[in-house]
Design a binder for this molecule. Structure first.
Ligand code: NAD
Length: 291
């Protein structure tokens, strides 16, 4: 990016979170602004959770077009915006904020990104039964968005940690908002139920940290007989790109989708919310997300 294009009129967007230095978001958004001739820049600010209200006031003061929000700021940000999208309201977290003339509107594009990535791989969630392992941030976004996108049934498995009761509450909220979608929450220790639900599902998703470095020799699935014909297996983990779960699933004939595309597509959705136009997805994909 040439600095000559930054003028007194250039608009500002940013990523808020901590840490933020490793993020791919500045590169992909700035590249897209350059490609489309949009007069904006995107930077990253390290913002601890307690500073989120200050940071959002700065968004207003500086007339920033918007921000992305990452861990650990997503929940505090949801509490400090003026309005929430339907998905962000159910989840109680945001990863994208749009500044509508001083009114901050919070969205969550992680679930949109996950489902768009599935679509990009020829997989549609509408009408499907999905088993999701996880009840944390990524999992909740996927579960809520899948219900909003027309999934028929979602079986959520989580171990009995602090996330379990939270995901039970979220499941109630999903069924209240989307009565056509049945949501089950089951203890991950119940291996019989786990097998039964996967055998009955079209899509299996891992949205836990299991499989991510340094747990990269682990998988949420230890019984290979769950990998039935027609099952699509997707992972939110992108480090490593091919998790043990995906390798096992592929070896047993399943179609697999890794976590990298979710990063791309959550950004694509955020870009559209801020700019009103599509990110040049094919070029961004080729430049930053080639496999
Ligand atoms: P989180 O801390 O909010 O949730 C962690 C989840 O992992 C919980 O469900 C917890 O119960 C489960 N868990 C932790 N240790 C476990 C264990 N030993 N066995 C079984 N379950 C266990 O985390 P998060 O932000 O939701 O992230 C979850 C995963 O999603 C991470 O791997 C992260 O890299 C990935 N993620 C990917 C993207 C993307 O764009 N691809 C975006 C966000 C998160």
């Amino acid at each position: 990016m040439g600095t000559e294009r930054i003028t007194g009129k250039t608009g500002l967007l940013a990523l808020l979170g901590s840490p933020v230095g490793h993020s791919a978001s500045p590169a992909m958004h700035n590249y897209s602004f350059d490609k489309l001739g949009l007069d904006y820049v995107y930077v990253a600010f390290d913002v601890p959770e307690e500073k989120v209200p200050d940071a959002l006031n700065a968004v207003r003061t500086f007339h920033m077009r918007g921000v992305n929000v990452t861990m650990p700021d997503k929940i505090a940000a949801a509490k400090n915006v003026d309005e929430l999208s339907p998905a962000a309201k159910i989840i109680g977290a945001v990863n994208t904020i749009v500044n509508e003339n001083g009114k901050l509107v919070g969205h969550i594009t992680d679930g949109v990104g996950f489902n768009e990535n599935l679509r990009d791989h020829g997989v549609e969630v509408k009408g499907k039964k999905i088993t999701v392992v996880g009840g944390g941030g990524a999992a909740t976004a996927i579960e809520v968005q899948s219900a909003l996108d027309g999934a028929r049934e979602i079986s959520i498995f989580n171990r009995k940690d602090k996330f379990f009761s939270r995901i039970q509450e979220t499941a109630e909220k999903i069924m209240a908002e989307v009565p056509d979608c049945k949501v089950n929450v089951i203890d991950l220790e119940d291996r019989e139920a786990f097998k039964r639900e996967i055998l009955d599902s079209d899509i299996l998703v891992n949205a836990t940290i299991v499989g991510m470095k340094p747990m990269d020799d682990k998988s949420v699935v230890d019984d290979m007989s769950v990998f039935h014909e027609g099952l699509v297996v997707a992972d939110t983990v992108y480090n490593p790109l091919e998790t043990k779960l995906l390798k096992d699933a592929k070896d047993h004939g399943c179609k697999v989708v890794n976590g990298k595309g979710m990063l791309l597509w959550q950004g694509v959705a955020a870009f559209k919310l801020w700019m009103g136009v599509d990110m040049p997805v094919d070029e961004v994909k080729a430049k930053f997300f080639a496999e």
